[in-house]
Design a protein around this ligand. Structure first.
Ligand code: NAD
Length: 287
């Protein structure tokens, strides 16, 4: 790494908390090294409180861009100059590009998720999806799934601050696509069983299953998961969440968050550098 740093090396940051578990620094730095690109990627433990100052600092230092993760994906919007159409619709940003002082927010999680399903040979176009979550990741997935032609989406979330956001997502999807989308309270277990019952895929896009909630699963009753259902989790640490372990035991096909992470990263890499990430190489190295 030391040999790669020059007087012209451009910095890409990652802003979130907790952050030390992230695979993104390794993914991007290995890809920069492989393609001999003069960039370096560093993670910064940054929460909502420090975000404004950090973005100001990024502007002052003319940093090329950053990834933004929990809990900053929505908060960051107010500090940017413009948004991509998908980021605007999702109300969330995971990638920022600095073009000569103009900061543009993008969201690559949704395209990353849909690409990961496709790469795994899972076809959900024209089918029904049930998804838990209404935060940055879930919203991006719902928007992209609807744009790509998923027929019906049932969203479940607990009645926290994210629930209102999910109502907005329902409105956005309804106004911009032909997808039938409905929102339910996650506490309504009867509705959850019913909606999963005729879905092709169930997706956990909440932080449940990831540290510090790694001993929990949103689904507690395994009989909600029939063998024909694909069960996907955006969580990738641990690689097999409690939900995915349960689903595997039920005979379901499972997919963790690694593929989404890889493909959202590949798109962000392209936005910063204009180059294609060497995806196969990174996959071998990381997974
Ligand atoms: P966020 O803070 O924007 O949203 C958090 C979501 O989790 C909300 O829907 C919230 O209601 C829900 N939630 C939190 N605690 C809960 C609980 N105890 N019970 C039920 N629901 C609860 O976060 P985000 O950025 O959307 O990230 C969510 C998850 O997705 C995280 O685990 C993150 O690591 C993962 N993620 C993975 C990728 C990937 O590439 N695989 C990308 C982005 C996020």
């Amino acid at each position: 790494m030391g040999e790669r740093i020059t007087g012209k090396t451009k910095l890409i940051g990652l802003l979130g908390t907790p952050i030390s578990h992230s695979l993104s620094p390794k993914m991007h730095n290995e890809a920069f090294a492989k393609l001999d690109l003069d960039y370096v990627y560093l993670a910064f433990d940054v929460g909502n409180e420090q975000l404004e100052q950090v973005i100001k600092g990024f502007r002052a230092l003319q940093i090329r861009g950053c990834n933004v993760t929990m809990p900053n994906k929505t908060k960051v919007l107010q500090h940017l100059d413009q948004l991509s159409p998908a980021a605007e619709l999702a109300g969330a940003v995971n990638t920022v590009v600095n073009d000569n002082g103009v900061l543009t927010g993008h969201i690559t999680d949704g395209t990353g998720y849909m690409r990961a399903l496709k790469e795994d040979g899972i076809d959900v176009i024209g089918q029904k999806m049930t998804i838990a979550g209404a935060g940055g990741a879930a919203t991006a997935i719902c928007i992209q799934a609807a744009l790509d032609g998923v027929r019906e989406i049932s969203i479940f979330n607990q009645k926290d601050a994210f629930y209102e956001r999910a109502q907005q997502t329902v409105q956005n999807i309804t106004s911009k696509t032909n997808c039938q989308v409905r929102l339910f309270d996650l506490n309504d277990q009867v509705a959850l069983r019913r909606e999963i019952g005729d879905s092709a895929i169930f997706t956990n896009a909440t932080s449940v299953g990831m540290k510090p909630l790694e001993t929990f699963s949103l689904i507690e009753d395994p009989t909600m998961l029939r063998p024909e259902l694909v069960v996907s989790d955006v969580v990738y640490i641990p690689q097999q969440s409690k939900l995915l372990k349960m689903a595997e035991k039920q005979g379901c096909r499972t997919i963790n968050g690694l593929g989404m992470m890889l493909w959202q990263g590949a798109r962000a890499f392209e936005l910063w550098t204009g180059e294609e990430m060497p995806v196969e190489y990174i996959k071998q190295l990381l997974f």
